[in-house]
Ligand binder design. Structure first.
Ligand SMILES: [Fe+2]
Length: 390
């Protein structure tokens, strides 16, 4: 019986304190001469773009900057704004820019990938919703990360909010995998505590969802267990003291591993449901995950082997005697961590209206992340998970 586990990530991943200094050497062989930088005004004000501009100037690579991204999510309009930014049309964009450099967190990388897709494939970004819909490789993307958590810099997915349909689209295709990712700790020291908390819980969720996802493999298992361990050891420290460089560095590595996990093991209902809350409420992704993860884990537990549940609790440093004991302790551990870093543990406290649960459940059922959830649920099951998380 066939049992295939592809493992994809960018060809080059520069990781560590000062990692950006290796970017010029990696860029030279590509012989690229014009870049479009995709970022936002905050990242510019922090001085991160200026550092990259100097590298491009030294390499005689010309560039333009699109800084029109607003947080917290990539939307269709941000992608469209970028495509029309220079008022030259798509063909000029395709001809003039050899590659895109995204500087920022997941939102900026997602927008950059969206622009890169349409630049070479034409049409509208909505045309590519789903799995492997691209006809041609996207423009090459170099993703320079300034937060640690989304994993977008090492994934071949982009998540784009469609405000007219009130959904978040997931577009997945190896043809848009960034060619180079950069995770340089020096760009991450400016992350405020709220972002540290949200992105840290996102890493935790990628680790647990990926560990129990149906596409998990021994490779992603190793990444998931290591990332989970790092989150429980270092996230509280990184949140409490942004200058704790050891904690920041460990969380950066956990974030990269989380991206590799989600890209290769898939995720599950926490992300399906969290995506759709984000589409309606613009609530931060990590906060939604924190409230949903314990309840999705409870729902999934019947389909997860006992030894895998016990492995999660053991990695969290919790002793459990059996599967249900472990589930209870994992749920408490997640909720305690969320409380300690200022995140809500209930959806009602982030303002989710119970009248929206039907629409949220309908959209979550269709979300691509549902396809790798370990237990197949119905619309009613998903609705019940939402209710339990309220
Ligand atoms: Fe996530």
């Amino acid at each position: 019986m066939e049992n295939i586990h592809d493992f994809r990530l960018p060809a080059i991943n520069l990781i560590g304190v000062g990692a950006l200094k290796d970017l010029p050497l990696e860029l030279i062989p590509y012989k690229l001469s014009k870049a479009l930088i995709v970022t936002d005004k905050n990242i510019i004000s922090l001085g991160h773009v200026e550092v990259v501009e100097k590298i491009l100037k030294d390499l005689s690579i010309s560039y333009d900057i699109f800084d029109g991204i607003l947080h917290p999510d990539c939307t269709i309009s941000f992608v469209e704004d970028a495509l029309t930014y220079f008022k030259k049309g798509l063909n000029i964009l395709k001809r003039d820019y050899h590659f895109i450099i995204s500087i920022g967190g997941g939102t900026n990388h997602d927008c950059a990938k969206g622009i890169a897709i349409v630049a070479t494939n034409g049409g509208d970004i909505e045309d590519y919703e789903g799995y492997k819909k691209l006809k041609k490789p996207s423009l090459p993307v170099i993703a320079i990360n300034t937060t640690s958590g989304s994993g977008s810099e090492v994934s071949d997915s982009t998540i784009v909010r469609d405000n007219s349909r009130r959904v978040k689209m997931v577009i997945t295709d190896p043809k848009m995998m960034p060619i180079i990712s950069v995770n340089d700790l020096r760009f991450m020291t400016t992350m405020p505590p709220k972002i540290t908390a949200n992105s840290g819980i996102d890493v935790l969720t990628h680790s647990i969802e990926g560990f129990v996802a149906i596409e998990a493999s021994p490779i992603t298992d190793t990444l998931a267990i290591n990332a989970l361990k790092l989150v429980f050891e270092y996230l509280r420290r990184a949140y409490k003291n942004g200058n704790d460089m050891e904690a920041r560095e460990k969380m950066m590595f956990a974030g990269v591993m989380g991206g590799m996990i989600l890209n290769n093991a898939g995720l599950g209902y926490v992300h399906s449901m969290s995506h759709q809350i984000g589409a309606l409420y613009e609530e931060m992704h990590g906060a939604c995950n924190a409230a949903l993860l314990p309840h999705v884990l409870e729902f999934n537990s019947i389909s997860i082997p006992e030894e895998r549940i016990l492995k999660i609790s053991e990695t969290m440093g919790v002793k459990a005697t059996n599967k249900q004991d472990a589930i209870n302790k994992i749920k408490n551990g997640i909720q305690n961590l969320a409380e300690d870093i200022g995140l809500p543990t209930h959806l009602s406290s982030i303002g989710i209206d119970k009248d929206d649960l039907e629409l949220l459940s309908k959209n979550a059922e269709k979300d691509i992340c549902s396809s790798t959830n370990p237990r197949r649920g119905t619309f009613v099951d998903i609705m019940n998970i939402f209710k339990a998380a309220m």
